[in-house]
Design a protein around this ligand. Structure first.
Ligand SMILES: [Zn+2]
Length: 239
């Protein structure tokens, strides 16, 4: 005999589905990262690749960081979205702080409620965490010195094979909560944190840019490094 679905059973099913929906959203991040065509990391195979390192931030210091500026310029040229800035004094304890506190993180605005923005964030993350042609894992992230990515309740940090659920999004039972505001949940921006070397533009990706631009005249340099963005004085400093 087939059990009749009572209204109670239906509403329980609905509740169950609703409870599952936020978790599904957190699963939007890919779990495995394959090679990506046109990965700029493939142009650097002759140069030794950086290890995966994570440099924690400890204090607030509003220093200009050429690598942070370079990452913003690169994103402006190669990705949809816009910069929401980099420096913010956010201390968590006596010796712990957000990477923003050392001006080593960029918040890149994309909106997870818009499918096109979600696709763009996924594309960007897949590119950063893709292996290069030599099989180096997370090649572009290591070349740039990207050590942390937070997006849409997902978190990746250097040393991790893949993303996990972002702790600030979880309720007491460890489930993704929809009550977390979009900025805390990183549903309205991608957070990209840099190592100290990355923020200093001393990793191989930024060094290549230097080598490519050093002999060029200003006009060419402008186009190469800054795209359509007006040339800022701080850009010149790291050539
Ligand atoms: Zn951030």
């Amino acid at each position: 005999m087939v059990a009749r679905r009572t209204p109670l059973a239906v509403s329980l099913c609905t509740l169950l589905l609703l409870a599952l929906l936020p978790a599904a959203a957190a699963e939007a991040w890919p779990h495995a990262f394959g090679p990506v065509a046109g990965n700029p990391a493939n142009k650097l195979l002759a140069v030794p690749i950086e290890d995966s390192v994570y440099d924690p931030a400890t204090r607030c210091t509003k220093r200009e960081r050429p690598g942070t500026e370079a990452l913003i310029a690169w994103l402006e040229e190669h990705a949809e979205g816009e910069s929401w800035g980099s420096y913010r004094c956010e201390r968590w304890g006596r010796h712990s702080a957000s990477l923003h506190a050392e001006n080593r993180a960029v918040d890149w605005h994309l909106d997870a409620s818009r499918p096109a923005d979600r696709r763009e964030a996924d594309r960007l993350i897949a590119l950063l965490l893709a292996p290069d042609r030599a099989g180096n894992a997370q090649a572009l992230a290591r070349r740039m010195g990207v050590e942390e990515i937070i997006w849409n309740c997902g978190y990746w940090g250097a040393g991790m094979d893949g993303p996990r659920r972002y702790s600030a999004c979880l309720d007491r039972r460890g489930r993704i909560s929809r009550r977390v505001d979009p900025t805390t949940a990183h549903r309205d921006h991608v957070h990209l944190g840099l190592t100290k070397a990355g923020a200093a533009a001393k990793t191989s990706f930024w060094q290549l840019h230097q080598a490519k631009t050093r002999n060029f005249d200003h006009v060419h340099y402008h186009r190469e490094v800054s795209g359509v963005r007006p040339l800022l004085r701080r850009d010149v400093r790291w050539v």
